[in-house]
Design a protein around this ligand. Structure first.
Ligand code: IFM
Length: 437
């Protein structure tokens, strides 16, 4: 790597992330069915109809996986807790085995000197809640706060940090407007409701955790740099709207007590009643904000109904996902979020990494290069005064890449999905050398 640990401020945290449904294996330990199980079982939604019943079998192999995280020289490990594992029906009875699993997982991190960075929800909604409308139902904020309470009463004394919901844009827009993720809806009313309820749920969970005395509470949002596909005013407006929906909606709700005007031009007629009165709940004070960043998108205008934009193929080098590699976007978002919203709160890069094809025996140079470029962008942001406190690599392991199944490989560690053998890649070894103490 082009950097070493000592290039970063004292106490800067390096970590790697995973999420429950993507690695654990939801066929084990009394976990309830999730909407990803039913989404994946519906033909056409997921490549080869792959699902998370076994995944990386982390449920049984977590000790080995945490050894890998420790041996890489990481300071922390970002993980998530599955709602359906802890509360199989989403409400009411707790699955003791599921809660025990997270208890043991947190202790196993601490034994290895890894700070536990928890996320409560990384997309595996219990089907019983999906049956009641899932994120469209205003009651979900109460169900979610109850889940947060159950989990944090057990592990809240030992986690380093907690974020309620990973990537609100994916939960709201990608899943209810574009239909690419469970529940696979393409409906503007469902989208408006889900985007708002993700934030009321975030706020109510923060309230519940503060009441329990849990420390270091934040929010994790994803960001994509939106560039106009051509020089027309229409393309500039389309890119601006894309930016509003993706990058300004959620932080606007949390930090400004308002949603962006350009986004509300389309969503206002479809919002749940009384939404204007929820900003006090949504805007609970936070201790930090996490940014997940991977790519930029070129956006062109179309003549269709709102939002009237299209994705346009871009000219930059791309990852296995077909995502353009654009490290300047990370520098842009770190400085912009600090100046516009968080104003001095600690920021973390909570996800960054690339998928690279499974070519055993290759040296993984593309991933090393990708990480070098993005880490350099983060260093520039620190030099510009951004209070960046940590950097998390996505992902520790190759895993279930949602509707793209198991073939997109984001891991620093290769997983053979036949044998489940783990093999550290060249990028893992390069990072271990850079992080060595
Ligand atoms: O795998 C996902 C993860 O679940 C959320 N952030 C983006 C990653 C890569 O697509």
């Amino acid at each position: 790597m082009d950097f070493k640990r000592s290039d970063f401020p004292e106490g800067f945290l390096f970590s790697a992330a995973t999420s429950s449904y993507q690695i654990e294996g939801h066929g084990f330990g009394g976990a309830g069915q999730t909407h990803w199980d039913t989404f994946a079982a519906t033909p056409g939604n997921v490549v080869r109809a792959e699902h998370g019943q076994l995944a990386c079998d982390h449920y049984h192999r977590f000790e080995e996986d945490l050894d890998l995280a420790r041996d890489m020289g990481l300071d922390a490990y970002r993980f998530s807790t599955s709602w359906a594992r802890v509360m199989p029906e989403g409400r009411g009875p707790v699955n003791a085995e599921g809660l025990d699993f997270y208890d043991r997982l947190v202790d196993a991190m601490l034994e290895r000197g890894l700070k536990p960075q928890a996320t409560l929800y990384h997309w595996e909604l219990p089907v019983a809640l999906a049956d009641m409308g899932g994120w469209r139902n205003p009651d979900i904020s109460h169900w979610f706060a109850d889940f947060a309470t159950v989990v944090m009463e057990r592990i809240g004394d030992r986690v380093f940090s907690v974020a309620p919901i990973n990537e609100p844009w994916c939960v709201g827009w990608l899943s209810h407007f574009e239909g690419h993720h469970a529940p696979g809806l393409r409906d503007i009313r469902a989208t408006a409701h889900a985007m708002h309820h993700v934030l009321t749920s975030h706020g109510r969970a923060i309230q519940a955790m503060r009441a329990l005395g849990v420390k270091n509470l934040g929010a994790v949002c994803n960001f994509e740099y939106a560039a106009p596909a051509d020089t027309t005013p229409a393309a500039a407006k389309a890119a601006q709207l894309y930016d509003g929906i993706y990058n300004r909606f959620f932080l606007g709700g949390i930090f400004n007590g308002a949603y962006p005007d350009d986004v509300m031009e389309g969503l206002a007629p479809h919002m749940p009643s009384g939404w204007e009165n929820d900003f006090e709940l949504i805007g609970q004070p936070l201790d930090w904000v996490g940014l997940n960043y991977y790519t930029r998108k070129l956006i062109g205008a179309n003549e269709g109904p709102w939002p009237g934009y299209d994705y346009v193929d871009g000219p930059l080098p791309k990852t296995q996902m077909g995502w353009e590699i654009y490290p300047d976007g990370l520098h842009h978002f770190l400085t912009w979020v600090d100046q516009t919203y968080t104003k001095g709160l600690p920021l973390y890069v909570t996800e960054n990494g690339m998928s690279n094809a499974d070519l055993i025996g290759r040296d993984d140079v593309e991933r090393i290069d990708y990480l070098n470029q993005h880490i350099a962008a983060a260093q520039r942001a620190i030099g510009d005064g951004v209070p960046l406190a940590g950097y998390t690599f996505w992902s520790l392991l190759d895993n279930y890449e949602w509707s793209l199944g198991y073939e997109k490989r984001f891991g620093l560690v290769h997983v053979d999905f036949e044998t489940l053998e783990r093999r550290p890649k060249a990028s893992y070894h390069a990072l271990a050398r850079a992080l060595g103490r």
